[in-house]
Design a protein around this ligand. Structure first.
Ligand code: ADP
Ligand code: MG
Length: 415
């Protein structure tokens, strides 16, 4: 169902894209950035009007691209004007920044904003039901109105730990989605190598931008993945920058706490190596939550998400989800997703052998062709299941549990 408003928005988006291309072709980078920004804003409005979830999803992916392009071009515009220098030289962290440089830093921070949470809901995550409820409750508590004089604190900062591929990033995205939060996705290893010498300053800029973005009442979530990389660094040279960045993050978290009022900037950390975290870090995160390997029921749910949930038919008499769950013991969510992809692509290849020929023939031949699928059967899964080796060893799994136990018993130092 399209309201006239939606049609007008579609036309406006097309107009902005044409305008952006025209501006780009004559080297007007900054102006092109503005056209993309408008295209993104129109797309955002249009998303709100669409009823079809598929269409919404497709458009939000495009909107995200417009936004990324707008930001990248803005930054390029600044560089072209000589206002920003690529920072490959190592600089002292206490240097004084001009307004333009500070502005350029903010631009870099804006590039960290990730729209992925838009497409990730609680239902996109299999299993973990009690944790989902707990998270909803505590973040709800942090957001709800407090009657005068009542002091109750929700969670501000949490740390997810556990084997890789178990849904830590997904959970952070789902929280951001539900709170309609701006999601800053920071992968510590990348940040340190990209922002050599500036990481401390950039962290304060990050939190400043995150606070700015909360002005309309929407919270900001700073998601710091691979948190352990900041605590134990492999190279001597990197160490200093890691320390600077870590100190800056802890200072930001403390700064909020000491203000003694609730604020809308929340930090979520994630790590596969919790034993590398120092006491100072652990103490700043009120909750440390183990995300372990999915149990059988969770695995069935994850298979359902990556097959049925994506419209891929499965013959449940031949291969019930329950059986898939039984046959995939010790697999992570990521491995299950990979398995589903492999089985699906084999089936699609088998059902559509003429595709390469059609591509050779003409563009219209392939565009007029509709992909064929058939329900997946037991025989599709068996060969893939037979060669499975779980990524997470028993020892590794035990290591997480033991560390969690030690932490809860006070045997892991927490400052
Ligand atoms: N519980 C889950 N439910 C559904 N899919 C999952 C789940 N856990 C992992 N996945 C799949 O694996 C991918 C990686 O998960 P991610 O959250 O990035 O893992 P982590 O951050 O713990 O390393 C996801 O994009 C998703 O496809
Ligand atoms: Mg992850």
């Amino acid at each position: 169902m399209y309201t006239p408003g939606a049609d007008a928005l579609r036309k406006s988006i097309d107009r902005m894209l044409t305008e952006a291309n025209a501006r780009l072709s004559v080297g007007k980078t900054t102006e092109a950035s503005r056209s993309y920004e408008k295209a993104w804003q129109f797309a955002d409005q249009l998303i709100e009007m669409l009823d079809d979830p598929e269409e919404r999803r497709a458009l939000s992916i495009r909107a995200n691209e417009f936004r990324q392009r707008s930001r990248a071009l803005h930054l390029k515009g600044l560089m072209d004007m000589g206002r920003v220098k690529p920072t490959d030289e190592i600089e002292a962290d206490d240097k004084v920044y001009t307004d333009e440089e500070a502005d350029a830093q903010e631009q870099q921070i804006l590039l960290l904003i990730d729209d992925r949470p838009r497409s990730i809901d609680w239902q996109s995550i299999g299993g973990l039901a009690p944790l989902k409820e707990e998270l909803k409750f505590h973040y709800g508590l942090a957001m709800a109105k407090l009657p005068e004089g009542l002091q109750i604190e929700g969670w501000q900062n949490i740390m997810f730990y556990g084997p890789p591929g178990t849904g830590k990033t997904l959970l952070a995205c789902a929280i951001a989605n539900k709170l309609n939060a701006t999601f800053f996705n920071v992968k510590s290893s990348q940040i340190v190598s990209k922002w050599v010498g500036e990481s401390g300053k950039l962290i304060s800029t990050l939190y400043r931008v995150a606070r700015k973005m909360t002005r309309d009442g929407r919270p900001s979530i700073v998601f710091i993945d691979e948190f352990d990389a900041l605590c134990k660094s492999r190279s001597q040279e990197g160490q200093l920058y890691h320390q600077q960045m870590l100190a800056a993050i802890l200072a930001e978290i403390d700064g909020f706490a000491s203000k003694g009022r609730r604020n809308l900037v929340m930090t979520i950390g994630a790590t596969n190596r919790p034993w590398d975290l120092d006491a100072a870090v652990l103490s700043r995160f009120e909750r440390r939550i183990l995300i372990s390997l999915p149990d059988e029921a969770a695995r069935a749910a994850i298979f359902q998400i990556h097959l049925g949930g994506k419209g891929i038919p499965i013959d449940e008499r031949s291969m019930p989800y329950k059986r898939l769950a039984k046959a995939s013991e010790r697999l992570t969510g990521r491995e299950i997703a990979r398995l589903c992809k492999e089985v699906t692509s084999r089936m699609v290849a088998e059902m559509n052998p003429e595709i390469p020929e059609l591509v050779d023939k003409s563009l219209s031949a392939i565009q007029n062709y509709t992909i064929r699928v058939r329900p997946l059967k037991r025989t599709d899964f068996d060969p893939v299941l037979a060669k499975l080796v779980a990524d997470t060893s028993l020892e590794a799994e035990a290591h997480y549990t033991a560390w969690g136990q030690a932490l809860s018993e006070g045997r892991v130092p927490v400052e």
